[in-house]
Design a protein around this ligand. Structure first.
Ligand SMILES: [Zn+2]
Length: 358
């Protein structure tokens, strides 16, 4: 097993940094982020602007790269604003050597496909993005766009705090849970089997409804949604029993329901305890799986965006003009290399630098 931290720290000399488990930096002018997946497999994301609908792109990149990198390279995904490569590191060769080899091969393959490093903002699509920032993957962005994103999240949080309502949210959650319960019920009635994994849908649908109905998006919302989900899972179980009763007595479903109501105290005996436990376990699993979504409260959203901002760095492609003040001394020491008017137009000298590298 290759430890994520040992890879990330091995890349530090190349200017790579790590924030919240994501390692990010630049490689051959591509904004690159590295995320540990599992079993020594890392996801390497290269920021480009590709046609997301191009199905062959990822396939042909994968085929080409496998001839060079072997089976270490598994999947290639085209995310539109990034190409993602799943690459397995081995524990024998130095990690840096492996990374350099893989990243160089990837960069060469990308540019052979006309996919040059992205030069538009990942947020607004505009040109001359002055910064690089992790937005899902490491991307060129305008610093202003990222600050705007944070402001928007803060405004929405404030708006929700002032105008969000537990009542409308609860109504939404009930409607959502109702919709989320339909699929398990249909399956129960049409196949006469309890497909417990569908119960995982209930909390997800309930939270979706809660938010759609302008529910107050704080921690209380999670409790409301879980309680409503529990109620609905119990209801599905009740209907399942009613259906079983109706089948047993060759009665209609509505007669089954009324019989189940009349024998409410003995329902536990009519259904296998294991089945009941299973349904709630699956709902619990649903809660675990959708935890990220359920806990996306307004304040969590603000926090996430603020964390993203911590990863913001000047874009080396454009930042020279912005940081000129800080680099004055080094500029002066190299002054003899520049004609006087060149020294005063960093954008232009940057341009030549850039062409030279590319
Ligand atoms: Zn922008």
């Amino acid at each position: 097993m290759v430890n994520a931290n040992s890879l990330y720290s091995a890349l530090a000399p190349y200017g790579f940094e790590t924030t919240a488990n994501v390692c990010y930096g630049s490689w051959r002018n591509y904004a690159v982020s590295i995320l540990s997946a599992q079993y020594s497999i890392f996801q390497l994301s290269f920021a480009v602007r590709a046609d997301k609908k191009d199905k062959n792109l990822a396939k042909s990149l994968r085929a080409e790269l496998r001839t060079q990198l072997g089976k270490g390279l598994s999947t290639v995904l085209n995310q539109g604003n990034a190409l993602q490569f799943a690459y397995r590191f081995d524990g024998k060769t130095p990690l840096v050597d492996q990374f350099v080899r893989a990243a160089d091969a990837i960069a060469a393959a990308l540019s052979a496909h006309g996919l040059t490093p992205a030069v538009t903002c990942a947020v607004c699509g505009g040109g001359t993005p002055d910064s690089l920032c992790v937005v899902n993957t490491y991307q060129p962005v305008h610093a202003a766009c990222m600050h705007q994103k944070l402001e928007t999240a803060k405004e929405q949080a404030l708006e929700n705090k002032e105008n969000g309502s537990y009542l409308t949210g609860t109504v939404g959650a009930i409607l959502g849970a109702l919709v989320g319960s339909i699929l398990p019920l249909i399956l129960i009635i049409s196949t006469n089997t309890i497909s417990a994994f569908l119960y995982a849908l209930v909390p997800l649908a309930a939270m979706f409804g809660y938010r759609r109905f302008k529910g107050k998006n704080d921690k209380v919302s999670i409790i409301i949604v879980i309680l409503i989900s529990l109620l609905f899972v119990a209801l599905i179980d009740f209907f399942y029993i009613a259906y079983g009763i109706a089948e047993y007595f060759h009665a209609s479903f509505s007669q089954g329901i009324s019989l189940a109501f009349q024998n409410f105290g003995r329902l536990g005996q009519l259904m296998e305890t294991g089945d009941i436990v299973q349904t709630f376990l699956f709902m619990a699993l649903g809660i675990v799986v959708s935890w990220g979504y359920l806990t996306k409260t307004s304040s969590a959203e603000v926090k996430t965006t603020a964390t993203l901002l911590e990863t913001m760095r000047p874009n080396p492609m454009y930042s020279q003009g912005y940081t000129q003040g800080a680099q004055q001394s080094s500029f002066q020491s190299n002054a003899q290399d520049f004609a006087p008017d060149e020294a005063f137009s960093p954008a232009q000298s940057q341009q030549t630098d850039w062409n030279g590298q590319g």
